[in-house]
Ligand binder design. Structure first.
Ligand code: AMP
Length: 287
């Protein structure tokens, strides 16, 4: 509860706490977030709660994963609300550092995944995944988790983190949490806050189109896929969105599907007004 939950602002405080927790033989789960918590984040905290003795939620709007001209300065924040969500879902610790507590002014070391980071959001947001892998590495070194929970909402991010953990031998289990949608189908996102009522209505096309495309793609097989993909693109544009990408990629490689592909990621990004939203579905490829 609120009284027992601890809030750390300094990296050293969190790392000292994590070392002591581990020495006491307790399992730690980490849920990294940028705050402005919603039911999607809460579901990650619930999953973490079921898998560890101590649950740490980090709330950090990480400047290094935002490009010039992106929404770093206006990214929504509400620490009091976040604190309540964390307490209600049984978190033990909130780690909420200021950027200056995370990055030395002359920080010059990066962690970079170089394959899965390339397409989709990586192509449109240069440096984004390098910022993510670097901050997640730092959070791992500070929170020393046995397990860390990431949402399928950010499907490419999840794949990149899993690859980093494998490639760099982090002794951490990565758990994938299901994508949580609102009652109207829109994937929950802190950025939904930017949408006007009209844009919100327009944005429902993303989940609607995905829901229809999933069985169509699973029926159509790879030969039929391009027609479905281009229909989705047109549906988004017709609803008033501006498509950033609509792509079907092999989920292992994030390259074009081949005869070997068993599962594919159908990933969308589109602007409604100036707000960029993403959504996705996993597609089982018919053999
Ligand atoms: P963010 O605060 O947007 O950086 O997200 C923090 C974590 O919550 C990431 O692992 C996201 O994938 C996850 N997340 C965000 N929105 C959702 C959602 N609607 N469903 C499931 N997980 C989510």
């Amino acid at each position: 509860d609120l009284v027992q939950m601890r809030i750390f602002r300094q990296a050293e405080e969190l790392q000292r706490f994590a070392l002591e927790t581990r020495r006491a033989g307790k399992r730690i789960a980490l849920v990294p977030t940028m705050g402005f918590l919603h039911a999607g984040h809460a579901s990650l905290i619930d999953i973490a709660r079921g898998r560890a003795d101590v649950v740490i939620v980090s709330i950090f709007v990480n400047p290094t994963q935002f490009g010039p001209g992106e929404d770093l300065d206006k990214y929504p924040r509400d620490f009091e609300h976040d604190r309540l969500v964390c307490a209600e879902h049984g978190a033990d610790v909130i780690f909420a550092p200021e950027p200056g507590a995370m990055y030395a002014p002359d920080a010059s070391t990066w962690v970079e995944e170089t394959m899965l980071s390339r397409p989709l959001c990586g192509a449109r947001r240069p440096g984004h995944f390098r910022g993510v892998t670097t901050v997640v590495t730092k959070l791992f070194h500070l929170a020393l988790p046995d397990v860390a929970v990431f949402g399928r909402k950010d499907a490419q991010q999840l794949l990149v983190i899993k690859r980093m953990v494998r490639d760099l031998n982090f002794p951490i289990e990565i758990v994938a949490a299901p994508l949580v949608r609102g009652a109207d189908g829109l994937a929950l996102s802190s950025r939904n806050r930017y949408l006007s009522d009209e844009e919100h209505q327009q944005a429902l096309v993303l989940s609607r189109a995905l829901r229809a495309a999933k069985p169509a793609l699973e029926e159509a097989g790879l030969e039929g896929a391009p027609a479905v993909v281009s229909a989705v693109r047109h549906e988004i544009e017709a609803a008033g969105g501006r498509v950033d990408y609509v792509e079907l990629l092999d989920v292992e490689t994030l390259e074009n599907p081949t005869a070997e592909t068993k599962e594919a990621l159908f990933a969308l990004a589109a602007y409604f007004g100036s707000t960029r939203l993403i959504d996705n579905e996993l597609i089982q490829v018919k053999k």
